[in-house]
Ligand binder design. Structure first.
Ligand code: SF4
Length: 464
């Protein structure tokens, strides 16, 4: 055994996937992952540096790890700004940038050399070998759902964001590479795949949508083609961070066919054309509304999730009122709202018209109040319906399980509490009659556990 590593993984699902890659490599070298600071020989903190509160949370997490353990390696988005970290915590052992798995490995080796005894250590696997040859990925999510990262980086230039600086231009994975990983996850018990990228709709543009072969079929690196293949594996497939580009409409027939969950996580950020222009994002209220209406007409079951920023520099009262009117008209099911804050290195920092913090807070609360009533009405409309629910865990009362319907993504949306006869297990999909709702959660009575028939092809047929 090489040593025991504690892990603190902060930030978004994309950062969680980076943590999974790091842990996979560490485990392959014989390091053990432990839950507490006290048992660890070294703590690895995967940070988030996207907005100012996330930077502060990351710096606090590093401080806690230093206090509790003393030996800390820092990686992740905030690791791209080592000065910010070292000014507050000069005693950290090393700082590496986001997705720099090799850099983390070097830092860990320097602080805690791997066990090189061939009789007690696992064979190290070179990073240059393709993913398929490196064996199964360590998962930090529960066994029954998995994030599937289809691309790194981003080609957009939103003025409030430094992700393209941190992660570079978009680099998509070949479809066959993604599908092999997905098939392995399904074979290992995954019942739900959560597709992520900075902009999933742009998947494959950097590859010229080139095709690779999976299970004897040629699959172009294009989201609808990839989604159809993922759906063919027989598990729930949920799409995140889908920008509203025209070809997204071609995903809706796949939802009607049951190959994709009728769910789209679409970051709109605002509705006022002038704010969107200052954000360097396309669209406006009419085009956003027309898109949503067309999607709902094509797939009435669709749940839409979106995020919005209030208090962006230059946002006037009129801009904000326009955003509220848009929300009333759009009736989006799930909304996350953020108060704008400067991000070090973002071009929006230099924009005129900073909004006072109290006004940002007031607008945030008004937006959430408007959205609360919209979400409540949309949730209540589900009462009396029968929905499939994927079981994530057990409730406190006998027979009660807690899960999610197709309209609920893990961690960011609501849950469904289900009274059952006590037989459903974590990872089962139960048919549930919905009997109650609030603005976030549902509850109901379980009828039966649905059969699970995944279709995992022989991976020997895949090439990329
Ligand atoms: S789409 Fe915009 S907000 Fe999202 S990662 Fe790219 S630049 Fe940042």
């Amino acid at each position: 055994m090489s040593g025991r590593i504690g892990l603190v993984s902060l930030g978004c699902a994309k950062a969680l996937v980076d943590s999974e890659r790091i842990v996979t490599r560490l485990r392959a070298e014989g390091y053990e992952l432990v839950a507490g600071y006290a048992e660890a020989d070294l703590v690895l903190v995967n940070t988030c540096g996207f907005i100012t509160p996330a930077v502060e949370e990351s710096l606090q997490a590093i401080g806690e790890a230093l206090e509790a353990n003393g030996r800390v390696v820092v990686t992740g988005c905030l690791g791209e700004r080592p000065r910010t970290i070292l000014e507050r915590h000069p005693e950290v052992l090393a700082v590496t940038g986001q997705a720099d798995v090799d850099g983390v490995l070097r830092a860990v080796h320097a602080a805690l050399p791997p066990d090189t005894d061939p009789f007690t250590s696992l064979l190290p696997v070179p990073a240059s070998r393709p993913r398929r040859a490196r064996g199964p990925q360590v998962k930090l999510t529960p066994r029954h759902y998995s994030y599937l990262k289809i691309a790194e980086g981003c080609d957009h230039r939103c003025s409030f964001c430094i992700i393209p600086q941190l992660r570079g231009l978009q680099r998509s994975r070949d479809a066959a590479d993604v599908l092999v990983e997905a098939a392995r996850l399904v074979a290992g018990g995954t019942r739900e795949l959560l597709v992520i990228a900075q902009d999933s709709a742009a998947y494959g543009t950097d590859l010229g949508h080139r095709a690779t072969t999976f299970d004897g079929r040629s699959v172009p690196a294009r989201l609808p083609d990839l989604a159809r293949e993922l759906g063919g594996l027989g598990v729930w497939v949920r799409l995140h961070y889908v920008h509203p580009q025209p070809h997204v409409a071609t995903l809706l027939p796949l939802m009607r066919e049951g190959l994709l969950l009728p769910y789209l996580d679409v970051p709109l950020q605002h509705a006022s054309p002038s704010v969107l222009r200052a954000m360097r994002r396309p669209g406006g209220p009419e085009s956003h509304l027309a898109t949503l209406q067309a999607w709902r007409a094509a797939c009435p079951e669709l749940t839409v999730r979106s995020t919005f920023i209030v208090g962006f520099p230059g946002e006037t009262d009129e801009d904000f009122e326009l955003l509220l009117s848009f929300l009333e008209a759009a009736q989006i099911d799930r909304v996350g709202a953020f108060r704008y804050s400067d991000v070090e290195g973002a071009s929006a920092n230099t924009l005129p018209g900073a909004v006072a913090e109290e006004l940002k807070q007031e607008r945030f609360e008004r937006l959430m109040a408007v959205q609360h009533d919209i979400s409540l009405a949309r949730q209540r409309a589900k009462v009396g319906r029968v929905l499939p629910v994927l079981v994530d865990g057990y409730g406190d009362d006998p027979g009660v399980v807690v899960g999610r319907s197709p309209g609920d993504a893990p961690d960011i949306d609501g849950t469904v509490r289900v009274a059952t006869d006590g037989t459903p297990k974590i990872g089962d999909v139960v048919e549930v009659e919905i009997t109650g709702a609030d603005a976030y959660d549902l509850w109901g009575n379980g009828r039966r556990t649905l059969p699970f028939e995944p279709h995992v092809p022989s991976l020997g047929n895949a090439t990329s």
